[in-house]
Design a protein around this ligand. Structure first.
Ligand code: ME8
Length: 509
């Protein structure tokens, strides 16, 4: 029985180039999606672009382009980056697509039919950086703390409002019933406290007047739907909503997002769904911030480290591995070139890369490249069983950095096993049975590590899978193959160096 697993990331604003912050989120979600496929789930993984709103319109104007021309160019850049980083999404939604407008209008109709939209006048601050209304207490020294470089605007206009306060108790009930609805716990507490502080007649402005770039407000062309109210609905648009059958994908199992947008996802979004009578998502997973040199990667802060430089340094797989191993998936982390180079050398080149190259070389030398038929088990198999269980526990809990750590412990264990058994001396002494047992165990070990590593370094894992003589793509391997690698009798070959140490030789995969 396969079970469906619908995972999404935030859809990125089309107001600049992709940077490591965006990439980290997509790489992490991709790692989860790939792990779930390995577990046999029927995964639907969606990412995309948030193309409406004032700040996108401003960026287009500054570039001297129409908003549509601008978002087309930006979407192509993001897609190219995600292709290069082997993001295995099943869908790429753009909020300018007709399927999205259709879903927005239908969801809106249901919310309105429920009597949850009212008219009024909004008077308050607006941060274009957040595309969000701000109260006095959200500001620090009159500025938005997330966008201190932008001027806060005072806005006074007739608006349509969503009566979000009516869902206060239902949201609190949801949080009580499902304490893992928002993870990590610190974010749960943040959202809980915000919602608890609402009044029952709390309103949220959900239209903007005089903003031409957006989805027109149904029945009132002088307004567009507020960009957040609209953008969140992308998660339904990709399921085919409102067509019959959207429930095969919806509800999302997990929305992966960053720290600045957790309230939109864990409070506003479920309230909108409740108002429309639609099931809420299973979980909101909030990763941390990626910083460098004391600044956060962002479109405006002018961080000099570009995604191009990062990929070019050691190839896309190395970047994927590094960010997922270095930055815990639930906390903030820091990028430095030094740490990147150190982990590349010790864990990828000298660790996994060296293990693969010596095991395949020994299979060639002592066994004509054919994996001997010897089921073991050896101490290496036992260590593998333990580490697979630990990996699974970590990955099920979304602790990707721990998952990588367990996989790489098996690399160390396998490299240790080579030293302990010294196949070269077994060969010299003519201890054929022991030599065969050792080589067979090492082939199984490498196959297991490769499957465990495949959500992190899919390109290199494919190269090793092929060199091990395993059939098909590593992406279609099963969990059973991880537990009992079908390596006996496989005809192996020697791959090109996986992680060259001389950077000028660095290959992209
Ligand atoms: O927020 N480190 O778009 P966005 C980690 N369009 N994550 C980071 C980051 C960093 N330095 N910088 C950005 C939006 N992010 C909306 C989302 S969803 C319906 C609409 C993350 O382009 C950020 O937290 O500003 C968010 O999850 C994602 O990148 C897109 O940010």
């Amino acid at each position: 029985m396969t079970s469906k697993y619908y995972i999404t990331t935030a859809i990125d604003y089309s107001n600049g180039e992709p940077h490591l912050g965006h990439a980290y989120e997509k790489i992490g979600a991709d790692c989860v999606a790939r792990y779930r496929r390995l577990r046999g789930h029927d995964v639907h993984f969606s990412i995309g672009m948030d193309e409406h709103g004032q700040k996108v319109a401003q960026a287009a104007e500054e570039a001297g382009q129409t908003p549509q021309e601008w978002v087309d160019t930006i979407a192509a850049k993001f897609q190219a980056a995600w292709d290069e980083l082997a993001i295995s999404h099943d869908d790429f939604i753009r909020t300018t697509e007709p399927r999205h407008e259709r879903a927005v209008k239908e969801l809106f109709r249901r919310v309105q039919e429920g009597g949850h939209i009212t008219e009024g006048v909004y008077a308050g601050y607006y941060c274009v950086g957040c595309e969000a209304f701000k109260s006095e207490k959200d500001l620090e020294d009159g500025k938005c703390p997330t966008h201190p470089n932008l001027e806060i605007k005072w806005v006074e206009e007739p608006n349509y409002f969503f009566e979000i306060g009516r869902f206060r108790q239902k949201l609190l009930d949801l949080y009580h019933a499902n304490p893992e609805f928002v993870q990590p716990r610190s974010k749960y507490n943040e959202v809980y406290n915000v919602v608890e502080g609402w009044t029952d007649d709390q309103k949220l402005s959900v239209s903007r007047a005089r903003v031409p770039w957006g989805i027109p407000w149904p029945d009132d062309e002088t307004h567009v739907v507020y960009v957040w109210f609209e953008a969140l609905i992308n998660y339904l648009s990709v399921t085919g909503f409102p067509d019959d059958g959207y429930g095969a994908t919806w509800p999302a199992d997990v929305h992966v997002i960053g720290p600045d947008i957790v309230r939109f996802h864990a409070a506003m979004w479920p309230a909108m769904l409740m108002a429309a009578g639609i099931e809420v998502p299973g979980k909101v997973w909030c990763h941390g911030w990626v910083n460098t040199g004391g600044a956060r990667f962002s479109k405006s802060a002018g961080v000099a480290v570009t995604l191009r430089n990062l990929i070019d340094r050691h190839g896309p797989d190395a970047l994927r591995y590094f960010v997922l191993r270095e930055i815990p998936w639930h906390a903030d982390g820091n990028f430095t070139w030094e740490r990147f180079d150190t982990r590349y050398t010790s864990e990828l080149a000298d660790g996994y890369g060296n293990l693969v190259s010596r095991v395949l070389a020994m299979l060639g030398r002592y066994s004509g490249g054919v994996v001997p038929d010897h089921p073991g088990p050896t101490p290496l198999d036992a260590a593998g069983d333990e580490l697979i269980a630990a990996y699974r526990e970590a990955m099920d809990a979304h602790l990707l950095h721990e998952g990588a750590e367990h996989a790489w412990r098996l690399v160390d264990r396998a490299n240790g096993f080579v030293e302990e058994r010294a196949p070269w001396s077994l060969a010299k002494q003519g201890k054929t049975a022991e030599l065969e047992e050792t080589l067979a165990a090492l082939a199984r070990g490498v196959a297991r590590i490769t499957l465990l590593a495949s959500p992190f370094i899919p390109g290199k894992a494919q190269a090793v899978w092929q060199a091990l003589g395993m059939p098909g793509e590593v992406t279609s391997a099963t969990w059973a193959a991880l537990e009992h690698p079908p390596t006996s009798g496989a005809q192996t070959t020697k791959p090109a160096p996986l992680f060259p140490k001389d950077r000028t030789e660095a290959v992209t995969n």
